[in-house]
Design a protein around this ligand. Structure first.
Ligand code: AMP
Length: 172
């Protein structure tokens, strides 16, 4: 994991002043780092019977797809409003300034599914908490939550639902 860490780029003041952005594109473009990320993510869920991985738009699509492929599971995109073509369900959630909405197809997940929801970075946890509530409303058998990076100082863990297993590969 030290190798992957060495490939993550810190970008100061992006997207707004005061934010230190953890840029994973420099890790994803490195074949060895990409391989380690995919392998280590999948090791966390090998024996859990996962049937669907939900990736959160857009940076969660990359690790989420790799994880789904490695586990032999399906991939489901959770998207910004208005992007998915068929019947959707949505959840509004508070951001630092204003609100945002996340959507998935209503038929994407069913009661027999064991789901991992994946995003690249856990910051305040608002996005993931909304995704969890959305997916929970479709009553899958079980939901796991996963990130590549966890920014511990932002206390995102506190926003995670109680009793749900949350994993991350790298903690800062
Ligand atoms: P959250 O505050 O946990 O709802 O984060 C919202 C989204 O912004 C997540 O999907 C992260 O991918 C992204 N994000 C927030 N803060 C950072 C950061 N410092 N570096 C990289 N990505 C971030």
């Amino acid at each position: 994991m030290e190798y992957v860490k060495s490939k993550i780029r810190d970008v100061a003041d992006f997207p707004t002043k005061g934010v230190l952005f953890k840029d994973l594109t420099t890790a994803f473009k490195d074949p060895r780092a990409l391989h380690i990320i995919g392998w280590d993510l999948s090791q966390l869920y090998r024996d859990k019977g996962v049937t669907k991985v939900v990736g959160i738009e857009s940076r969660g699509f990359i690790g989420g797809s790799i994880l789904a492929f490695e586990l032999g599971a399906g991939f489901v995109p959770a998207r910004k409003p208005g992007k998915l073509p068929a019947d959707t369900i949505k959840m509004e959630y508070a951001k630092e300034y204003g609100t945002d909405v996340i959507e998935i197809h209503r038929d994407a997940i069913g009661p027999d599914d064991i789901v991992v929801i994946h995003d690249d970075v856990l910051a305040t946890g608002g996005t993931m908490a909304a995704a969890y509530n959305l997916i929970k409303s479709l009553n899958p058998k079980k939901i796991y939550i996963n990130f590549i990076i966890e920014l511990s100082a932002l206390n995102g863990r506190q926003a995670m639902p109680e009793g749900v297993e949350v994993t991350s590969l790298i903690k800062y």
